[in-house]
Write a protein that binds this ligand. Structure first.
Ligand code: C2E
Ligand code: CA
Ligand code: CA
Ligand code: CA
Length: 275
């Protein structure tokens, strides 16, 4: 780097340097968090809109840093994806969610399925399906206990690749949901070919319900697409009874959101379900 400056004017941006350093620091801290067991899974229930009954959950990662407190995944998953740390972190998530399901099954308590978020790097790893199968086997879990959430943008970046990867996973018997649906650029022909079971309507559309007629029509159209494809539909980010009623009226099957519960640590999740 020193030689680069010879004979040229070297532009030094202290802000950039600071950002790069912060990043490097966060990356190191993230590595230590993984080896130091500082991650934790929170669970948010999914509800069946027809009868408001519990019907499964989503596992959402949290990082409990000794100094920073609880760090949101929105603040470290993107970096984990860039640095490749998402693979070991993703494996930790699968492992931890499956171990938890096993404990609940042994105790005759809360039943799944548990939905786990899977990022592009994991999906594109040719060994992913085999690793997943091994984890399920090790915990003596049926594949149907597990649901994988893959974002629409992950799938549509390379649809042919996604179709191949998801087919292997679906063949194991896990169910597959397209997350953040409506925010990407899905083509109907690909949607038809994807071996998926569920579409999750992105929170941004749910939030807009009742704001304007256009917004309501957009949500209506998204759900109609899902139903036309004979897929089950989950709405995320449901915060009001009005949103829930509107979604139920459109034939949306499931909902998830603060109206029912926030993502909760294991103990609180167990208390909430009273099981
Ligand atoms: P996501 O998969 O779309 O998850 C839904 C997010 O919406 C969660 O944020 C959840 O806490 C939040 N949420 C749920 N209900 C409501 C609501 O009623 N109102 C509002 N305002 N928010 C609600 P969270 O837990 O911060 O996760 C953010 C994102 O981080 C997730 O978005 C997902 O993309 C990613 N993420 C979380 N856990 C994992 C993981 O284990 N692996 C990977 N690869 N990504 C993860
Ligand atoms: Ca998700
Ligand atoms: Ca989502
Ligand atoms: Ca979302």
């Amino acid at each position: 780097a020193k030689e680069a400056g010879r004979g040229t004017f070297r532009f030094f941006d202290p802000a950039m340097n600071e950002r790069a350093q912060k990043r490097l620091h966060l990356e190191e801290t993230l590595r230590r968090a993984l080896s130091g067991n500082e991650f934790e899974l929170f669970y948010q229930p999914k509800i069946c809109l027809i009868d408001s009954r519990y019907c499964g959950m989503e596992a959402l990662i949290r990082w409990r840093d000794p100094e920073l407190g609880i760090v949101s995944p929105a603040d470290f998953i993107p970096l984990a994806e860039e640095t490749g740390l998402i693979e070991p972190i993703g494996n930790w998530v699968l492992e931890t969610a499956c171990a938890q399901m096993r404990r609940w099954a042994d105790a005759g308590r809360i039943a799944g399925p548990v939905a786990v978020n899977v990022s592009a790097k994991q999906l594109n790893n040719p060994d992913f399906a085999a690793e997943l199968e091994a984890i399920l086997k090790r915990h003596r879990l049926e594949a149907s206990c597990l649901q994988l959430e893959v974002t629409e943008s992950t799938v549509m970046t390379d649809p042919e690749m996604a179709i191949e990867a998801l087919s292997k996973l679906a063949a194991l018997g896990v169910t597959i949901a397209i997350d953040d649906f409506g925010t990407g650029y899905s083509s109907f022909s690909y949607l038809k070919r994807l071996p998926i079971h569920l579409l999750k309507v992105d929170r941004s559309f749910v939030t807009d319900i009742g704001i304007s007629r256009e917004d309501d029509e957009i949500v209506t159209a998204i759900i109609q697409v899902a139903l036309a494809l004979k897929l089950m539909v989950v709405a995320e980010g449901v915060e009001t009874a009005r949103q829930a009623a509107f979604l139920n009226g459109l034939g949306c099957h499931f909902a998830q959101g603060y109206l029912y519960a926030r993502p909760l640590p294991v103990k609180e999740f167990e208390d909430l379900l009273g099981a």
